[in-house]
Design a protein around this ligand. Sequence first.
Ligand SMILES: C[S@@+](CC[C@H](N)C(=O)[O-])C[C@H]1O[C@@H](n2cnc3c(N)ncnc32)[C@H](O)[C@@H]1O
Length: 430
Amino acid sequence: MTPSAQISAVIELLLTIQNQRHAPADATANRFFRQRRYIGGGDRRYVSAQIWEIMRHHRKLQWWLKRIGSQINPRMMVATFLMLSGKTLKEVNNLFSGERYAPLSLTQNEGLFLQSLEGQELFYKEMPKAVFYEIPDWVYPLFQQQFGENIDAELSALLEPASLDLRVNILKEERNNAKEMLKQEGISSEKMPLSPWGLRVEGRQSVTSTDLFKNGIIEIQDEGSQLIALMTGVTSQMRVLDFCAGAGGKTLAMAMMMQNKGQIIASDVHNVRINSAEKRFRRAGVFNVQTHLFAEGAKWIKRRVKTFDRVLVDAPCSGTGTWRRNPDARLKFKAIDLEELVAKQADILDSASKMVKEGGRLIYATCSLLQKENQDQIEFFLKAHPEFKLVCPDTPEKLLPDEFYKNPSFQLTPAQYKTDGFFCAVLERS
Ligand SMILES: C[S@@+](CC[C@H](N)C(=O)[O-])C[C@H]1O[C@@H](n2cnc3c(N)ncnc32)[C@H](O)[C@@H]1O
């Protein structure tokens, strides 16, 4: 593709993402490229990288367009992004050439608007902080409350691209060997500082095409997510319920901790997720897990009251802790979504807690950075359930780093731990 045709594709994809507001941007992008097989690998990478950057600076680009008095549309978003990334008006004019496969030529007005951006950068000192950090206005005070004077460091880290984290499946291979095998497949990695199973990959690599991945020796899993599995303290004698198992990321890690023994039930309300979890269990050689799909009005819970040693609630949440990976999610998040999520989490916690046997543990986790979904949720639960109390993790063999044994809960943040943002609390039924 010519550079102009690439820019045309960026504009078209941005428009498609905007028109499909309810779909995640990466899913829309994948569909977009599948329907345009003529876009080769190199062009696809270029277009994806540009879209990713535009999504990461969406609020700032809109702010600039308003400031110069221009219409806000995908074409001007892209042109503005090019100008603020260091291109001159002449270079942008050349890209918007109006020739075959190129974007239409810039109108006189568009040219004037863009001219006023010459010499400017994406960041501007007068920008409100919420714009600067790409946070919805209503969320910014919640982060202020959460982070206090660390807010700038935390929100800057939330703007950085996330690392690619892997968990080695020690049912199949030791971490050192997996690291070597990965290297032989051309992928360098480092041992993670916190998880005993983790490898952090340098740069952007396609690990899913490696033999290690295909043979279930590695899984993609953020270090914070691995720590949540560790906080459950599951062992091979236990009966465990993963109440919101989704596609089974934490179930897999717990099955490994249990050395494929004991019993895990992985439940969820979404069939598609359970199906993909089952495929992952097979690939990982995990056979101590059964799946369960929650149906409306099921008696399933009643029959299993107080029967599990450990119940993990990895609750549906705002995903604010994963905003490094999902720049479009932050643009779509509404106050009403948060209220609904908080109510749903309380409901799920209440149901799941019934299944914990006496002396057993309930582990609550989210990938949220918001107090309402985390600390407040636990406080609310404890008031309604005096039979539960917060306890420190009892993970055997010192698998967790020392600092985590001293507290019944943690809040991980990208700035502090270089993980996604995660909350986890451990509660015990007396
Ligand atoms: C954060 S995700 C779980 C991720 C998963 N544990 C993992 O590690 O890959 C939350 C899950 O909760 C499920 N969920 C939503 N409402 C639920 C409910 N009422 N009961 C059980 N699961 C629910 C969602 O379908 C989603 O898969």
